[in-house]
Design a protein around this ligand. Structure first.
Ligand SMILES: *[C@@H]1O[C@H](CO)[C@@H](O)[C@H](O)[C@H]1NC(C)=O
Ligand SMILES: *[C@@H]1O[C@H](CO)[C@@H](O)[C@H](O)[C@H]1NC(C)=O
Ligand SMILES: *[C@@H]1O[C@H](CO)[C@@H](O)[C@H](O)[C@H]1NC(C)=O
Ligand SMILES: *[C@@H]1O[C@H](CO)[C@@H](O)[C@H](O)[C@H]1NC(C)=O
Length: 422
């Protein structure tokens, strides 16, 4: 057995901003609607022979990031992988002219003027019209005449820009045409930026995401964790589990009763059972809808189940929790007493069981302790009708290969050594 402790200290500030901004970001009324799908399906992989693509991704600060290029000649960019993200976007050189200026990024800004293949999306196309009227506009001045401009609240912050199209090279997918957000204005903190990234790579269930634009029937990813080598995203035929059809599988679900629209872009499954070692954790009747997430490092568990889980882990650990847990965590233990921490088993609709070892949920606090990297969903301050949801964060998905079958509308998964898959 390895050490029951995750090897890295998380950037706590990221977690704090996560918990305060998540609810607002999720509820912004912007999301891209039907109509676009037909227009863009197949554009990207059509350029790569349709054989699928492997996109190496790496952990940076508290998120997973992909490097890619845009334009001819190619200019480098990097985006945070967001499983629920609605589009691919990067900050563009025109942000220099705007009131807020540009946020800090490691790479030079993408300059559309230096790309021979960049095109702006005209107003009135399927793509432009798929953006809700209150989130788009038609630029009517100067060079930007008849250009589709948009605003979107993404997980990083509110952003606005031009809808552009250019040649992308993403992982092994070379030179494919992709529509993207050329962001010129945002409320992202200029000095903090996105921890160095230039934008986002959205994989959400929306017409403008990377997944929809590539027209793939399936995609998968495997997250290796911090400092454990590269992780990978697999598109199309490259998305395969070793166990094939015998891998645990569970259907995507919708949120019933409430207003589903706010979470349309998320892949959701139903959690029917949680065990911590031998302890059975009670869930609400009918289970809890889980939003699968790559942006939030931590899991948010429906409150009643969270309280029971915290208790079960504390009992199993045996030692007294530390007096003042590191914020934003709720409970931490001295590292020396964490050896008895149990494996967690999450059982999804249909019986698909996901094993989460202590190393994936106990986080080193950098000060001789480990903290439970699972929080109560009460921290999200969701509206009453959505209080039953949970979110599965990226730390708890480490070394699990997750496959999203978009045709069968199912999630399958299996344990894997993610750093060895690419
Ligand atoms: C992306 O680029 C950064 C900066 O050059 C590098 O540190 C990182 O390892 C790269 N990631 C991948 C997956 O290649
Ligand atoms: C991709 O485009 C770049 C410049 O736009 C070119 O140099 C390169 O040869 C192209 N690669 C393929 C595989 O077409
Ligand atoms: C669209 O742009 C025009 C001209 O800049 C502006 O007057 C109008 O308020 C904008 N509409 C929206 C919905 O932002
Ligand atoms: C969930 O909602 C989407 C969009 O309305 C629909 O296409 C899908 O069939 C629904 N899935 C389930 C399991 O009800």
């Amino acid at each position: 057995m390895g050490s029951p402790v995750a090897g890295t200290t998380l950037f706590i500030l990221c977690l704090i901003s996560l918990t305060t901004t998540f609810a607002a970001a999720a509820f912004w009324p912007y999301d891209l609607r039907q109509g676009l799908e037909q227009a863009v399906r197949g554009r990207l992989l059509a350029g790569s022979g349709g054989g699928g693509a492997v996109v190496p991704i790496s952990w940076s600060h508290a998120h997973y990031v992909a490097n890619f290029t845009i334009g001819s000649p190619p200019q480098p960019a990097s985006g945070i992988i967001d499983l629920s993200g609605e589009l691919v976007w990067t900050q563009c050189a025109q942000c220099k002219l705007r009131r807020g200026g540009c946020f800090k990024q490691e790479l030079p800004l993408f300059d559309p003027a230096k790309s021979n293949t960049y095109k702006t999306e005209p107003c009135g196309t399927d793509l432009c019209d798929s953006i809700p009227p209150d989130s788009r506009n038609c630029s009517s001045s100067g060079d930007g005449k008849n250009v589709c401009v948009y605003a979107a609240d993404t997980r990083g912050g509110e952003t606005g820009g031009v809808v552009g199209t250019d040649v992308f090279a993403v992982g092994s997918t070379a030179n494919a045409s992709l529509a993207f957000g050329c962001v010129v204005d945002s409320d992202i903190d200029a000095a903090a930026g996105l921890d160095g990234a230039s934008g986002f790579v959205g994989l959400g269930r929306t017409p403008w995401s990377l997944v929809s634009q590539t027209g793939v029937a399936a995609f998968s990813y495997c997250l290796a964790g911090a400092g454990k080598g590269n992780s990978a995203l697999f598109l199309g035929d490259a998305a395969k589990l070793t166990a094939g059809k015998s891998a645990p599988t569970t259907p995507f679900v919708n949120i019933s009763g409430g207003d589903d629209e706010a979470f349309d872009n998320y892949y959701k499954v139903r959690l029917d059972g949680v065990k911590a070692g031998d302890a059975v954790i009670a869930l609400p009747a009918g289970g809890s809808v889980v939003l699968l997430d790559t942006y939030s490092p931590v899991t948010f568990l429906v409150d009643g189940a969270y309280q029971a889980l915290k208790k079960a882990v504390t009992v199993a650990v045996g030692g007294a929790p530390t007096a003042a847990p590191l914020k934003p965590f709720d409970v931490c233990f001295p590292k020396s007493s964490a050896g008895g921490a149990p494996e967690l088993v999450l059982t999804f609709q249909g019986g698909a069981a996901m094993r989460v070892p202590p190393a994936s949920y106990l986080l080193d606090d950098g000060n001789g302790g480990v903290c439970l990297a699972i929080l109560s969903s009460a921290r999200l301050r969701l509206p009453r009708e959505l209080e039953g949801i949970s979110i599965l964060g990226s730390l708890q998905q480490e070394n699990i290969h997750l496959l999203f079958d978009l045709e069968k509308k199912t999630l399958s998964f299996e344990p894997a050594d993610c750093s060895k898959l690419n």
